[in-house]
Write a protein that binds this ligand. Structure first.
Ligand code: AMP
Ligand code: ZN
Length: 473
């Protein structure tokens, strides 16, 4: 490992050198989706950047075990334990059962991931698979005095911790205002910041899925699932935990409280948070404005990999504003890029020294707090370098292990789909130029003849405001 990863750690608020607990191995956890609706492209930004992190770790030589939960119970409409369960809301909206909703949207989520070339984590675990594990940990917290029962629910007692706000660096008041839209003071709580581990009483008692527990029939809180699922698969020590910035408080703050209360020692060393994708009006929403999904982008003709490029071109620690104009520019850049790589001559000598030098540059960019846009600049610079096409091709293939943009495959795929190969495309472009000249010279008969000739070859020309475009007739 020549290049050492430096990454921003929300816990220490610094860019730090990443040193895992076990040499060469990384235990990584990702908060998975709440499967009550389609993911919006903001959610998908987080998963793209987390995928980039995982692939960077693998690229620089780590053996990564990544675990992700699927939230199919317990995530209430407000992150702060109030409101209705999101899953139940989804089920009512679509007149289906909670499990039907969960299955449908879990499949939809992984469908989106596949199209965005996001690798499926090594372990994916739905919360409803692990109820006994949650009960076991809650019992442990009760025994250690970190949890109490009141009014039918079990709560975590945040006053038992020295620094409950270790992750969030905000005053209690500030944080409480930020997250609660529909605050209902819960009189059972000993402290304002206490949170529910197990519900048996809620004002929404139509909860569909309930389980027996030592505290009565009920269901788990949202936060406990990530603590338990990560411990179940990664053990007592974790290297890096990921999520979007909205997860910092209360979700990850509560995960630390529960896990460290239960384990009695520090649990996770690095916290990685992806900033939000916003739309013009601000926060991305599943209910207001245009519900921006990957399917919507596809229906408008965008290749999902263009959205991936859009995300990779900006740093994960900066908020990103979505716009179709920028996406269009990305689309044009993507087309050129895959053509450039797809038409490289693969035969010939590969210069292994150059391969090593450019790999190092690429790694160095990623190791600098995951500077993905710099990594893409390295790709462009590499393509401009005076060296054999074969060397460039090998490097593009190598970089794509992390970028996952289909750099060496997309052009051939498109050709196969359109039935137009590089030679025919070059011919079409030449004919378009000739037709333009003919029109300039007012030789409309010639212009029409060119149009007719291309049509015979199955190619239709369209005069648009942006110039002449062609498509398969
Ligand atoms: P959810 O399905 O609501 O549990 O969210 C799934 C993931 O998306 C979590 O890691 C969130 O932090 C993240 N997330 C939510 N909204 C956005 C956004 N606008 N931009 C980026 N990530 C987001
Ligand atoms: Zn989580």
């Amino acid at each position: 490992m020549e290049n050492k990863l430096h990454i921003y750690n929300t816990l220490t608020r610094k860019v730090e050198q990443f040193i895992p607990n076990q040499e060469g191995k990384v235990a990584m956890y990702t908060c998975g989706p709440t499967v009550y609706h389609f993911a919006h492209i903001g959610n998908l930004r987080s998963y793209i950047m987390e995928d980039l992190l995982e692939k960077t770790l693998r690229y620089i030589g780590y053996d990564v075990k990544r675990v992700m939960n699927i939230t199919d119970v317990g995530h209430l409409s407000s992150d702060a334990d109030t409101g209705e369960d999101k899953m139940l809301k989804g089920a009512k909206r679509e007149h289906k059962s909670v499990m039907e909703i969960a299955k449908f949207y879990t499949d939809a989520f992984f469908g989106d991931c596949k199209e965005l070339n996001i690798k499926t984590p090594d372990v994916v675990e739905p919360a409803t698979n692990c109820i006994q594990d949650f009960i076991h940990v809650i019992q442990g917290l009760m025994e250690k005095g970190y949890a109490y029962e009141c009014g039918g629910n079990v709560y975590f007692d945040t006053s038992r911790l020295k620094d409950y706000y270790v992750l969030s660096n905000h005053s209690q008041e500030e944080l409480l205002v930020g997250v609660r839209d529909d605050v209902d003071e819960d009189v059972n709580k000993r402290n304002k910041s206490d949170f529910v581990l197990w519900f048996t009483k809620s004002k929404f008692d139509s909860q569909e899925l309930k389980w027996d527990s030592p505290w009565g029939t009920g269901y788990p809180g949202w936060h406990i699932e990530c603590s338990c699922i990560s411990m179940k698969h990664l053990g007592e020590y974790m290297d890096i935990h990921c999520g979007g910035v909205d997860n910092i408080f209360p979700h990850h703050t509560n995960e630390i409280a529960q896990s460290e209360g239960y384990l009695g020692h520090k649990w996770c060393n690095y916290w990685f948070h992806v900033h939000h994708l916003n739309d013009r009006s601000g926060k991305m929403s599943k209910s207001k404005g245009e519900f921006l999904t990957l399917s919507l982008l596809k229906s408008k003709g965008y290749d999902p990999r263009v959205y991936r490029l859009f995300c990779l071109q900006s740093h994960y620690r900066k908020p990103l504003e979505f716009s179709y104009e920028v996406l269009d520019n990305m689309g044009a850049a993507y087309d050129k890029l895959i053509k450039r790589i797809g038409t490289l001559h693969r035969e010939g000598q590969v210069d292994s020294l150059k391969v090593e030098t450019w790999r190092q540059k690429f790694e160095a960019a990623l190791c600098d707090d995951l500077n993905s846009s710099m990594a893409i600049t390295v790709l462009y610079d590499m393509l401009k370098e005076d060296m054999s096409d074969a060397t460039k091709y090998v490097l593009a293939e190598s970089f794509d292990q992390v970028l996952s943009l289909g750099l060496t495959t997309a052009y051939a795929e498109r050709e196969a789909d359109s039935g137009v190969d590089a030679a025919l495309e070059a011919y079409i472009l030449q004919k378009i130029e000739e037709r333009k000249e003919a029109k300039k010279e007012k030789d409309f008969a010639k212009a029409d003849a060119i149009r007719g000739e291309l049509l015979e070859k199955g190619i239709l020309l369209e005069d648009t405001r942006e110039g002449v475009k062609w498509k398969k007739a």
